[in-house]
Design a protein around this ligand. Structure first.
Ligand SMILES: NC(=O)c1ccc[n+]([C@@H]2O[C@H](COP(=O)([O-])OP(=O)(O)OC[C@H]3O[C@@H](n4cnc5c(N)ncnc54)[C@H](OP(=O)(O)O)[C@@H]3O)[C@@H](O)[C@H]2O)c1
Length: 283
């Protein structure tokens, strides 16, 4: 689609006519849908989600979305279709929906490790496909999302997706080669931060603070530090230096972290997770 089609879609969106489908209705799909609903981007009645069981669909119905057990129905009723199944299920799902995919559709896969090349090979020639990589905080509208477009998706599709997903957190278009790096940095990175939060709180417990209070303060410390990074735009080294009184507590603690090679270890973690994502994409 060119700029013309993009304008058409934006007009449809403004007129609240955009019909959004989700094939696969698990955690990540629900997180994205919740972001769209909370931001008022799409009315619940315009969202249709499919899954084999009712395990996850009950919650969609409670928020006013429509649901089905039939993936093809999602294609028949929606123009913007998110593929939210696990990666190993996706080839069979693509085979199933392929006959129903047409020029009216924008197909967006969020499956880790499934390349645009594979998506385009398994869908009809000319399909407008984008590949999205969210992270778990999308479920609380604080995600870090990157996406890349396939050869038939144009500026209209990219800007539509970006404007819709801005309600789920940071959303940036990147070259596809960055998607595995994003997995190592942010998809998996969420777990590194949880590990750090746990260690922070346990240090406080060791020094005598109750665990629940320590966990709340650790979480707020991460939130506040991240907010300052984003709002000031400063380099983290500058903000870190600002906290270090000469001869004070922080510089003593940072020396300890350097002895434990925190920075090198975290860089190694991002590297191995990125390499693993690349390997998995080739399996
Ligand atoms: N979770 C993350 O942090 C994360 C981060 C980045 C990317 N992703 C990607 O997001 C995708 C979904 O992950 P998730 O964590 O949301 O998984 P999930 O919670 O297990 O959800 C998977 C959904 O797919 C449905 N499903 C299974 N087989 C299907 C079929 N044949 N047709 C239609 N739907 C089918 C499941 O149905 P039931 O409801 O009946 O079980 C479920 O609703 C994955 O591809 C993953 O790589 C996840």
């Amino acid at each position: 689609m060119g700029a013309e089609g993009g304008r058409g879609l934006r007009a449809a969106m403004e007129a609240e006519e955009l019909r959004v489908g989700f094939v696969g209705a698990g955690r990540m799909a629900a997180g994205l849908a919740r972001g769209l609903l909370r931001a008022g981007k799409v009315p619940a009645s315009s969202i249709l989600a499919s899954a084999p069981s009712d395990k996850n669909l009950d919650a969609w119905r409670e928020s006013g979305c429509r649901t089905t057990h039939c993936n093809l129905e999602v294609l028949q009723e929606s123009s913007l279709v998110f593929l939210g199944t696990k990666p190993h299920v996706l080839p069979a799902v693509l085979q199933e929906i392929r006959p129903a995919v047409g020029p009216q559709h924008i197909i967006i896969s969020m499956a880790a490790g499934v390349s645009l090349h594979t998506l385009q090979r398994l869908l009809p020639a000319g399909t407008k496909v984008l590949r999205l990589m969210p992270n778990l905080p999308c479920v609380v509208q604080a995600g870090a999302i990157v996406f890349s477009r396939g050869s038939c998706a144009g500026d209209g599709e990219a800007s539509l997706l970006q404007s819709l997903l801005a309600s789920c957190g940071l959303c940036e278009e990147v070259p596809e080669a960055y998607i595995n790096i994003h997995t190592g940095l942010s998809g998996s990175g969420v777990a590194y931060v949880y590990l750090f939060a746990e260690a922070l709180a346990e240090g406080a417990v060791k020094m005598g603070m109750p665990g629940a209070l320590a966990s709340r303060i650790a979480a707020q410390t991460l939130l506040g530090a991240a907010k300052m990074l984003l709002e000031t735009g400063e380099h983290p080294a500058k903000l870190r230096a600002d906290v270090c009184t000469p001869g004070g507590t922080t510089i003593h603690a940072l020396h300890q972290l350097e002895k434990g090679a925190l920075r090198a270890t975290v860089m190694d973690a991002v590297e191995v997770a990125t390499s693993r994502a690349r390997d998995m994409a080739q399996d």
